[in-house]
Design a protein around this ligand. Structure first.
Ligand code: GLP
Length: 249
């Protein structure tokens, strides 16, 4: 794993956007795997700026990791809305090249299989990930086993509590989601895991240096050959020695 520590999330976002630009230029039909949450916002801002500076996103396909069950794409807390707001409405990716799980599908199992087919047809070149406070990636929660395919997940209490900051009331937070499985994540050519803030420091250290464990889903990234962990100084705190240097590389 490559670890890069930035002074702030803005600089980190610019770096990840530059990685995305490279992938976009290297492929005729580039596929970006995208994440939600507050962490990737500086990346989307930087990608939008790159687009305004001339980067053409028309050939890009995007595949999002997950969606809440029960939230319509028009709901301001749905991940479809998030993506629209932070990226899609500002760039020129054609609508029919944008893929997200449908959290209001009438047959959710069929929706999971449809999504696996989307992933199979469009192998991801660059997968961007955040990390949940408990180590989840997408909505692959800590458990005895991690599932490989797209599936329906009961969100853990700590995830619901953490994501409640985006809703008026914790009762409004959906308790279930559809998420891409870990196989799809590991199949990406290249993965970037982003994390910012002191509250992520411990789980980042566990994920990066604690061996592969299903109760820390992000640790599975140790099995992938091209992962870049992009942190700010706070999120890297537990990976630094007393002189502020990374203990692992
Ligand atoms: C949600 C998403 C994850 C994301 C996590 C962290 O649970 N499903 O993909 O990584 O939030 O969110 P934040 O970046 O806001 O800390």
């Amino acid at each position: 794993m490559k670890i890069r520590v930035f002074d702030n999330s803005h600089d980190a976002g610019v770096y990840v956007a530059a990685l995305a630009e490279q992938v976009i230029e290297d492929h005729a039909s580039p596929v970006l795997g995208l994440a939600t949450g507050s962490t990737p916002i500086p990346f989307y801002e930087a990608l939008v700026r790159l687009h305004q500076c001339g980067l053409d996103l028309a050939p890009v396909k995007t595949i999002n990791l997950d969606e809440y069950i029960g939230l319509d794409p028009s709901h301001p807390q749905s991940y479809a809305w998030f993506m629209q707001n932070h990226l899609f409405s500002h760039v020129n990716i054609p609508k029919d090249q944008i893929y997200l799980p449908n959290g209001v599908a009438s047959d959710l199992e069929a929706e999971c299989r449809r999504y696996d087919e989307v992933i199979r047809k469009h192998p991801v070149h660059l997968q961007v990930l955040g990390i949940g406070i408990n180590g989840h990636i997408g909505f692959n929660e800590p458990d005895d086993a991690l599932l490989s395919q797209t599936h329906i997940v009961d969100l853990r209490q700590e995830t619901v509590a953490s994501n409640a900051r985006f809703f008026h009331d914790i009762e409004e937070v959906p308790k279930r989601a559809i998420t891409m499985g870990v196989q799809a994540i590991l199949q990406a050519d290249q993965i970037v895991l982003m994390a910012f803030g002191r509250e992520k420091a411990q789980i980042v250290a566990k994920s990066v240096s604690g061996g592969v464990r299903t109760d820390v889903p992000a640790s599975i990234l140790n099995l992938h050959k091209q992962v870049t962990v992009v942190l700010d100084r706070d999120a890297a705190a537990e990976l630094m020695d007393s002189s502020g240097r990374l203990r692992i590389r």
